[in-house]
Write a protein that binds this ligand. Structure first.
Ligand code: SF4
Ligand code: SF4
Length: 379
């Protein structure tokens, strides 16, 4: 058995289901908004989680190319599913944000820079792929040449309460991307849900902020049996992982095959609807828009999500540089799995599988990446 409190970084302990409710209560009482999984319109979305009653109890999710269903698990699990259509990025890189407002004052114009109205956040139920995606977005949007002050302000006070995956979907391939299913960093607290013989959580402390929180909770020491149960549960996720992507040589292969016939093949199926980029936890493209109110006295510059699948996104003087679906799909896939490495030092995909599930025509990034540059098929 491990020693009792004070819990510190690296400590493991057991939290009861009631204790999880206490944790939620403390976070809200401390002024933090807790965002986590909730059921909405037959899907697991992200929303405010005030009590454990808000969590998707006893549900799991079935994923396939272009298909998604919730179904009962037959138990009381609170995190017995994988990932839904919402990525946690929407709480930090907001879908729409005001950047500046111009207000007419007589013959003058008053400029009011928008200051982000931030609230400390706790992200509950962050999976290994999602934690890796947050790390990728931080690299792009914090501190570097393209730093985004709104993102930085919101990201400054975010607690990550992660959940280790104990089941995986047929669309998951985080193991190929080296991002999961086990989460070993990028969290303040990580929970592993254990259902038998009693419903409980193995908690791992991942940061000083997590340790402060852990020391306010009623935790009990972890036993060898708890550790073994957690290992078995995590192993199940690895076994159930439904997809694989070979990443060795992928960066080079995609850059060497811009004219491969498979780009046309996928373009014939792709609707250029941008769903894949909206659900992707690493996509960060935005555009700006100016809006005026009905009086014409106030103009606001808005930053909102955009997508490389939109023809206007690549519009420069005289037209779009990516006028065809073939060019836009190639841009998206090549950026994720190849040129992202040149720009940011890692791949831009964490293997969450959302783009496969939520593509209305079931286009599968793992199959398309494999097919590009493959020897011509016959028959
Ligand atoms: S790959 Fe699928 S989700 Fe992405 S733009 Fe094409 S049809 Fe839409
Ligand atoms: S490209 Fe697809 S699988 Fe990869 S991180 Fe984005 S949504 Fe997930």
């Amino acid at each position: 058995m491990e020693s009792h409190a004070p819990w510190q970084v690296g400590s493991k302990a057991i939290l009861s289901v009631t204790g999880l409710g206490d944790l939620l209560g403390r976070l809200w009482a401390g002024g933090r908004q807790v965002v986590g999984p909730v059921v909405r319109d037959g899907a697991i979305c992200l929303g405010p989680v005030r009590t454990i009653a808000d969590l998707p109890k006893g549900l799991t999710d079935e994923h396939g190319p272009g298909t998604y269903r919730l179904k009962p698990r037959g138990d009381e699990a609170l995190f017995g599913f994988t990932v839904g259509q919402h990525a946690f990025k929407r709480s930090i890189l907001l879908p729409e944000v005001a950047l500046v407002q111009l207000r007419r004052k007589g013959r003058d114009v008053e400029v009011e820079p928008a200051t982000p109205k931030t609230q400390p956040l706790a992200l509950l139920g962050v999976r290994a792929c999602d934690a890796a995606a947050l790390g990728i977005q931080d690299k792009v949007l914090c501190g570097g040449p393209y730093a985004d002050s709104d993102y930085e302000a919101r990201r400054a006070d975010v607690l990550v309460i992660a959940v280790q995956c104990t089941n995986a979907a047929s669309t998951c391939f985080c193991a190929s991307m080296g991002t999961g299913p086990h989460l070993s960093n990028g969290f303040d607290l990580a929970l592993t849900e254990l259902l038998s013989p009693t419903h409980r959580f193995l908690v791992e402390v991942g940061s000083p902020a997590g340790a402060t929180l852990a020391n306010q909770l009623e935790l009990t020491p972890v036993s060898e049996g708890d550790l073994s149960d957690a290992k078995t549960a995590e192993q199940a996720a690895l076994t159930q992982m439904g997809r694989h992507l070979e990443t060795a040589g992928l960066r080079e292969k995609l850059q060497q095959n811009p004219d491969d016939s498979h780009w046309e093949n996928v373009a014939n199926r792709c609707l250029s609807c941008a769903n894949c980029t909206m659900v992707c936890p690493t996509c960060f493209c935005t555009t700006m828009e100016d809006r005026t109110d009905l009086t014409g006295d106030i103009a606001t510059r808005i930053r909102r999500y955009d997508s490389c699948f939109s023809e206007a996104f690549a519009y420069v003087h005289g037209g779009s540089v990516r006028p065809t679906v073939r060019a836009r799909y190639r841009q998206w896939l090549t950026h994720k799995l190849s040129t992202w490495v040149d720009q940011f030092g890692s791949l831009g995909c964490v293997g969450c599988g959302r783009c496969i599930t939520f593509c209305p025509v079931g286009i599968d990034i793992t199959a398309e990446a494999k097919a590009v540059g493959a020897p011509a098929r016959t028959g």
